[in-house]
Structures are given as structure tokens and as C-alpha cells.
Design a protein around this ligand. Structure first.
Ligand code: SF4
Ligand code: SF4
Ligand code: FES
Length: 238
């Protein structure tokens, strides 16, 4: 397979070409590992190798994917793949980009529990309560949705898809004691209504999370309590 990799040494970008044998079950990450065995200065990120840590997002043939989850053969066009760093983030070296936006987004959007925990008893949650936001907790912060989101092409104040999935996760968690409308007001300040519904976030998410629907659900619950999730609303928890 012909593999073209966009490289960066801190000063300039260039493409480097490699010709390597690729087995039908090999992932893009395994292809990168093979290349790195010959080219020791090639930089890319990976830790878990099993779609959990979220660090290996890269762009292959113009689509953001997880390198450890995606087979090279599935991405190849005419037996060729073009590997580049993701968009919308500063490139540090080769395929390694700056991930500091995650920390900024958590701080700007106050994405943590507000809780007065009573340590003398269990913090009980029913299976139905968990079901409301369970899917959203699958997010591994790979930022694939953020790198592809079209709203961000025009609106730098839009927090990005995964951020609103995190909002959803807290708004619909029965253990979170923060006022739900207060969370939604903060989401509005960070662009809740600026999603243009291109649905790219749904298409690229390796965990099949639908951030566009999470955004829609938060909008539907704006000033419209009790807080409700379409399809799960036989239950009223708040
Ligand atoms: S649907 Fe909305 S949040 Fe998702 S990628 Fe498009 S603009 Fe971004
Ligand atoms: S919502 Fe999906 S694509 Fe976005 S950061 Fe989370 S896991 Fe990645
Ligand atoms: S290496 Fe952890 S998600 Fe790919």
C-alpha cells in the first residue's frame, strides 16, 4: 500500500511517501507502527490501542478517525492512504496536535458535579435514571466531532459537539445538584443555539454518540422543565 504522511518538524510541513505491505486486518495504528520501525523520528499519539483513551484521532483520506479502531484496508482508495494531523488544532509535530482545548472547555463550561455528598449513605441511582445519560458517558474525548464540526468554521465561540454531550451528561444525571436551567444558560453562552445541524459529529463519532441530538434535547429543555429525554420520558426524575 502507498502511504503518504503529512509531516511537521516545528518549522515546515511536507509529505513523505512509504510503500509497505498491509494485511487485511491491520489498523492504521499498526501501519504507523510498521513505518515507525523504519522511520524512528515519526511522531503520533497512541496509548490504549483499544478505542478507550481517545488520543489517536488523525485524518485519513480527509476523514477524522481513530487510528487504533480503523482498518487501513477500509480507508484505502486505489491502494493508497493519505494520513494527516486533524484540523482545527495546532500541530506540535507530525501527527501530534495540541489537546489543551479539552481542559479549557471543561473549565469554561463548568463540566463537573456540583454535589453535597452525604457520606453516611449510598448515593443511589436506579437503572432507569442511569439509562437517561448512559450513552453520553461513553465519550472518550477523542475530539473527532470537534475536528469535523462545520459550525466551528464560522463560529469560534461555539464550544463544540462533545462539550454539549457533556452538558447533557450532567443535566440528565439525577445525582447532579446544580440547577438544570443554570447549566443550560451557561450552555447558551457557549453556543447551544449555534449548531447548524450538519450531523458530521454523528458521522465521525467512534462511540456512536449523537451530539447533534444531545444539543437538540438541551434546546428543547431550555426554559421547559421538567427535563425530558425523547423516548425515555415515561420517567420524571426532577
Ligand atoms: S450537527 Fe452541530 S454540533 Fe454536530 S458537527 Fe454539525 S454543527 Fe457541529
Ligand atoms: S462525542 Fe464522540 S467524537 Fe466527540 S469527543 Fe466524544 S467520543 Fe469523540
Ligand atoms: S490508542 Fe487509545 S483510542 Fe486509540
Amino acid at each position: 500500500m502507498r502511504v503518504l504522511i503529512k509531516r511537521f518538524d516545528g518549522k515546515k510541513f511536507w509529505f513523505e511517501e512509504f510503500d509497505i505491505e498491509v494485511n487485511s486486518d491491520e489498523t492504521i495504528l499498526e501501519v504507523l507502527d510498521k513505518i515507525r520501525n523504519k522511520k524512528r523520528d515519526l511522531a503520533y499519539r497512541s496509548f490504549c490501542r483499544s478505542s478507550i483513551c481517545g488520543t489517536c484521532a488523525i485524518k485519513v483520506n480527509d476523514k477524522t478517525i481513530l487510528a487504533c479502531k480503523t482498518k487501513a484496508i477500509d480507508m484505502a482508495q486505489n491502494n493508497e492512504i493519505i494520513i494527516e494531523p486533524v484540523d482545527r488544532s495546532r500541530v506540535l509535530r507530525d501527527l501530534v496536535v495540541d489537546h489543551s482545548y479539552i481542559e479549557k472547555a471543561y473549565k469554561d463550561n463548568e463540566l463537573w458535579f456540583v454535589d453535597k455528598i452525604d457520606f453516611t449513605k449510598e448515593n443511589i441511582q436506579t437503572p432507569q435514571e442511569l439509562k437517561r445519560y448512559d450513552k453520553q458517558t461513553d465519550c472518550i474525548l477523542c475530539m473527532a466531532c470537534y475536528f469535523e464540526c462545520e459550525a466551528l468554521d464560522f463560529d469560534k465561540n461555539f464550544a463544540g459537539p462533545f462539550v454539549f454531550t457533556k452538558y447533557f451528561r450532567f443535566v440528565f444525571d439525577s445525582r447532579d445538584k446544580r440547577d438544570k436551567q443554570e447549566r443550560i444558560e451557561l450552555a447558551k453562552k457557549n453556543g447551544l443555539y449555534n449548531c447548524i445541524n450538519c450531523q458530521k459529529c454523528i458521522m465521525v463519532c467512534p462511540k456512536q454518540i449523537a451530539s447533534a441530538f444531545d444539543i437538540k434535547t438541551l434546546q428543547n429543555n431550555d426554559k421547559n422543565p421538567p427535563f425530558a429525554v425523547a423516548g425515555l420520558d415515561e420517567m420524571n426524575f426532577f
